[in-house]
Each structure stands twice: as C-alpha cells, then as structure tokens.
Design a protein around this ligand. Structure first.
Ligand code: FOL
Length: 212
C-alpha cells in the first residue's frame, strides 16, 4: 500500500484559496513547503501530486516545481502542461483515475531517481478525493502537514479543504486523526521546524502534523 502525505496551508475555517491563487503571500511558509516537499535522500526524489487548477496557480517561472516529480491530474486527455523552464524531470500528466495514477507513479524511475515520498499538494477536489480513500485502498493518506493560519481570518476565501477533523469525514476503521508532537514533525520532515505560533507580515500561523 502506498502512503500519501497531504500538505496544505489553511485557515481556521479551512480556507485555502482566493481568486485562483493563495489568499496570502508568506515567503517563509512557502519556503517550508518547498523544503518539506523537496527533502529526499540522495538518489531519490519526491512527487508532488496536484490537480489541474493548482498546477495553473503556480507562477510559470516556478513550474514545474524544481527538484520534485510534478504530477498533474486532469480528466481532459488533451490538456497540455504549459511550462517554460527547461527541466531534467518534466512534469507528467495523468488523465486516468487517481488510484491508477498513483499506482503507476509508485513503480516509476525518473531520470535515475527512485520515488521517496508522495505529497498531495491540492487543491480542494484532490484533497477531498484523496482524504476519502478508505484504508483498504491501494493508496491512502495517513499524514497531514497543515500550516494552520490563525489570524487574520481571511474570510474572503473562495476555496476550502474538507474539515478533516470532522467525524463525518472519518474513514472506516481509521476514524481519528491525532496531532503528532512537534518533535515528531521535525523528525519526519528531517530538519528543524519553528515551534509554536509564527508571525510573518502580520499573519499568525502554526506548523502542524496530524497522523492516522
Ligand atoms: N502547503 C503549504 N504549507 N503552503 C502552501 O503555500 C501550499 N501551497 C500549495 C500546496 N500546499 C501548500 C499549492 N500552491 C507554489 C505556488 C503555489 C502553490 C504551491 C507552490 C510555488 O511556487 N512554490 C515554489 C516556491 C516559490 C517561492 O520560493 O516563492 C517551490 O519551489 O515550491
């Protein structure tokens, strides 16, 4: 079975986006995202799996996200991935169902790199779809790296992730998400992470890890 990690920055009310982009610009938070998703042992690389809207929300100059295997899910067979950077690991697109895409991915060798970790990086529909995969499925989300945006409220968000702490979203046999300690978070990501409430440009947030 392949385990997936979901990574997201979300408000208290689970807001994640506004006007087809992020509601905030937090360079240090973004640096954390880049470091977590890039960090992999020598000879391996991580995958960042995203929906088509998320792919389009990444500035052209940053996509594909460097040093990671970029995987884009779109039901549109003829959708072409636009990217201007020349890269050693070109982005890959899957139009098949999610399970099939992830299974194909797990067997992949990309430019001599074997796959280390796979991250679901959004957006709302991919978060929804992957969080509701049952524990019996071939792929299963067992970890959430969430940056909780505490204030301000960013109450003009127009895209939301599911409330994973809501019991109604529980998957049979694997109901409860539990919050890991800060030490467990740092240990899993492989580097020191600032603990407690962070403040950047007047925005307060906290790096958290949840597991099930
Ligand atoms: N998770 C967290 N914690 N924060 C996020 O901002 C975030 N964003 C997404 C998914 N999970 C997240 C999706 N949106 C880039 C832009 C948007 C985006 C994800 C990534 C991006 O351009 N990333 C570059 C860094 C650019 C920079 O340094 O400013 C990268 O290399 O990762």
């Amino acid at each position: 079975m392949s385990r997936l990690t979901l990574i997201v920055a979300a408000t208290i009310f689970n807001g994640i986006g506004r006007n087809a982009g992020l509601p905030w610009r937090l360079p240090q938070e973004m640096a954390y995202f880049a470091r977590v998703t890039s960090n992999a042992p020598e000879g391996t690389a991580n995958a960042v799996v995203m929906g088509r809207n998320t792919w389009e929300s990444i500035p052209l100059k940053f996509r594909p996200l460097k040093n990671r295997i970029n995987v884009v899910i779109s039901r549109n067979e003829s959708y072409a991935l636009e990217h201007t950077k020349s890269v050693t690991t070109p982005p890959v697109k899957f139009s098949t169902d999610l399970n099939a895409a992830l299974v194909q991915l797990s067997g992949k060798e990309l430019e001599g790199h074997s796959l280390y970790r796979s991250f679901i990086i959004g957006g709302a529909s991919l978060y929804q779809e992957t969080l509701s995969l049952p524990p019996s499925s071939i792929v299963f989300v067992d970890r959430i790296l969430i940056t909780r945006i505490i204030s301000p409220a960013f109450d003009d968000c127009d895209v939301f992730m599911p409330n994973f702490l809501d019991e109604a979203n529980a998957t049979d046999g694997h109901s409860a998400w539990t919050r890991a300690s800060h030490a467990e978070l740092a240990n899993w990501v492989g580097f020191d992470v600032p603990e407690g409430i962070q403040e950047e440009k007047g925005v307060q947030y906290e790096f958290q890890m949840w597991i099930r």
